[in-house]
Structures are given as C-alpha cells and as structure tokens.
Ligand binder design. Structure first.
Ligand code: PLP
Length: 403
C-alpha cells in the first residue's frame, strides 16, 4: 500500500532527538527558543511563539484578542474542523463563507458575512496556496467596515478593526508577492502535525506581525506566560540558581512546545526550502504533467504570477462526476494499493455544525469543489515508481467509472 503522507524521519532527525533526550532538558527550553528565532528569520514576520499544536496557537490568539460569547469569526466552509472548533471553544459563533474555484475563502463571501459582531477573519491557505491577502487586508480597513467594528477588549480597541488570523497549517514556505506566509497579515499560525509539510509530530507556531501600535516582542513574552498557566517563569528559568519563586498572573493554558519537538523542527527547517519544497514541487509537476492529457482532469492551480504554493496537498478534481461516483473512484484507487483522501469534508456537512443551523446548499462552490476532489499522496520519500503507480491507479479507476 502506498501511504498518503508518512513523515520524513531520517537519521539526522533521530540523532538530534537523541541528543536532546540526553541533554538533560526535554521540555520547553533552549531548543524551543532557537526554533522560534529560526522561524522568525524564515517567515520574515516580527516574532514567533512555539506552541503544542496549530489548534492551540489559533485558540491562544482568539483568547488574546478577547473573542467571547456574542462575537462572530468568519472562516471558510471548506477547512479542517480545527479552524472552527477553536472559535466554538471561545464561546463565539463561527460564520462560514463560501470559497472560490482555487479552494480558498472568497473575499466577496467574507464581505457579505461581516456584521457589527465580527471580530476576526481566519483565511486558510488550503493545500498550501496563499489566499488573497492584499484584498483581505484592504477589506478590513475600508471605511464602512471600520465603522461597523465594535471593540470589546483592550486589544480590539488598540487594533481598531477586525483582526486577520491566518490559518497557515498547510502553507509554511508558500509565497505571495515575494513574501512568505508569516508576514502576509496580522497573525499567522503554522501547524507541525505529523501529516504537515514540516513536522514535529505535534506542534505549531504563532507568527506575530501586528501593526506598529503593538510591540510584537512584548506580546510574544506575554503569550509565553499565557501559554504556560500564566506562570511568570517557565520550568527552565525556575531551574536556574535562585529562580524558584514565581507568580501566576492569570489562569493561562498548557500550550507549550517541548525541546524534543523543537529539535526535530530545527533540522527540518534548515533544509526545508532547498530540499523538502523542491521535492514536493517535483511531485506536483509530475502529477500535473500526467493528468493534463485527460479531459476529465481538473488540475489544481499552485503557481501564478503572484502566488506560489507550499505544495502541501495535491487537490485533483474529476470533472462531471457526482459525489457518489467520486467516492467509487476513491474506493477503486484504494483497491489498487494507493491511499488517497478528500481535503476536506466541508464543515456544514458535519453533525455538530449542522446542529448550529448551517446548510450545505448555502455554500455551492464549497460543495462543488468537495464533490469532485481527490487528494493524492505527496511526501518526501515518494519515489518516481510510486508516483507512476499512483497515476496508473487514478487513471484506471476513473476510466472504470467514467466511460
Ligand atoms: C492540521 C490543521 C490544523 C490544526 O493543526 P494541529 O497542529 O493539528 O492542531 C488547522 N487547520 C487546518 C486547515 C489543518 O489542516
């Protein structure tokens, strides 16, 4: 069976993890600090906080901004449930917007969804392809949108407008107008979950890039405390001579990253652009070249004049099939020894989100993309032979369903 997306775990990572295990310090400490600076350099944003997961990073930032009951947060109907669940955790209402043909949130859809309760917009760079950040950043600064904004916390007053919190779980290293995700908007959150491009098994990072009325490094220091029980000293500082006394300034969270995770991340980040992204792009190009000749294939867009994907998920679409036919094709691909996936089952189709009153009919483009989509395996160790097997399995399976 060709797996869908196993992590790249080679000797270099194993050696680093073992070195950390033997170093005498395994939880949050010097390696996390080093990884944070490396990520700040990489993304080009102002400061970084490493956390235990992408979800934790998103929730931490909603909490930091004071999002609570009665507030609304706009996000695409087409995303993983993490993006919406964290909004629910804060007591606020997730408001779904439809997507565009490229799988990313529609800026027109965002505009229609904005009310005087909107506090945050969460664009998701689906599959690694950056959203329309110039348009989104511009939208929240428009006069009539600014006038609708009702600040409910100190941070909201200080920003004076809707916050953009980008879910870049798929898109570390993606480029928009010569800049990387991380510095494209106010706050960006990466995920380092095991299936993501850059993995620390579980983990995430908050990239701070707030405008000039905020001191991003002061906020980073505060968030470090907020992500560790509101405790004024982390375990590493407490372990230093005379460092035992600490205070609790608020009932914070347990969202910290460990040095074991950071040591994996450091190895991967160093070779990410020169090695990981190069191979992932090759895989995307091989798929596109193979499927282009079939008129049933809709090839995903992953490079344009202004945008370059991080090549996270290859979102192939099969034209003119029903959802049921797409599901049969997936079954046939599996039977040929290839794991595929669908990114994602839209949130309005999920029992919980249905119970909030969402209906799939209200998101036609989301349903359209979803019902034709099959995500193909993409991972560093996928060989050219494996790729040919995947292509062959897809072509034969589609051929059996679409005659
Ligand atoms: C994986 C993922 C997340 C959450 O990341 P975790 O690190 O697993 O918490 C958030 N959003 C999207 C779109 C994802 O795919």
């Amino acid at each position: 069976m060709i797996p869908f997306s196993p992590p790249r775990m080679d000797q270099k990572i194993i050696d680093e993890v073992i070195a950390t295990l033997k170093s005498g310090w395994i939880t949050t400490g010097p390696k996390v600090k080093k990884f944070e600076s490396a990520l700040t350099n990489y993304g080009g944003h102002k400061d970084t906080l490493c956390v235990s997961s992408g979800s934790a990073g998103l929730e931490l930032m909603l909490r930091w901004f004071g999002v609570k009951e009665g507030d609304e947060v706009i996000l695409p109907a087409y995303t993983y449930t993490a993006t919406a669940n964290v909004v629910v955790h804060c007591g606020a209402r997730p408001v779904f917007a439809d997507i565009e043909d490229d799988f990313n949130i529609s800026v027109k859809g965002i505009e229609k969804a904005i009310t005087n309760r909107t506090k945050v917009i969460m664009p998701v760079d689906l599959g690694g392809f950056p959203c329309d950040y110039d348009e989104i950043n511009h939208l929240v600064n428009r006069k009539e949108i600014l006038e609708k904004f009702n600040p409910g916390s100190e941070e909201q007053k200080k920003l004076g407008r809707i916050l953009i919190l980008a879910d870049a779980a798929h898109s570390i290293g993606a480029v928009y107008k010569n800049k990387k995700t991380g510095c494209l908007t106010d706050i960006t959150v990466y995920s380092f979950h095991a299936v993501k491009n850059l993995t620390t098994a579980e983990g995430g990072a908050v990239c701070l890039n707030l405008p000039e009325q905020f001191n991003n490094s002061t906020i980073q220091q505060y968030l470090k405390v907020k992500s560790l029980h509101g405790q004024t000293k982390d375990a590493f500082s407490k372990a230093q001579i005379g460092g035992w006394r600490y205070d609790i300034i608020e009932p914070g969270y347990k969202f910290n990253m460990t040095d074991i995770q950071a040591s994996m991340g450091l190895v991967e980040l160093e070779r990410y652009d020169s090695d990981m992204l190069v191979r992932r792009k090759e895989i995307f190009d091989i798929y596109s070249k193979a499927f282009e000749r079939y008129n049933w294939a809709q090839i995903p867009v992953y490079e344009t004049q202004f945008k370059k994907s991080s090549f996270h998920a290859y979102l192939l679409r099969i034209k003119a099939v029903s959802e049921e036919e797409r599901d049969i094709i997936i079954q046939k691909i599996y039977e040929r020894g290839v794991s595929v996936n669908v990114h994602f089952i839209p949130l309005p189709m999920m029992t919980y989100y249905k119970s909030l009153g969402y209906k799939m009919e209200d998101f036609p483009q989301t349903y359209n993309n979803y019902s034709h989509e099959i995500s193909l395996p993409v991972y560093y160790d996928l060989s050219d032979d494996n790729l040919n097997q995947v292509i062959d399995a897809v072509v034969r399976s589609v051929g059996e369903v679409k005659r």
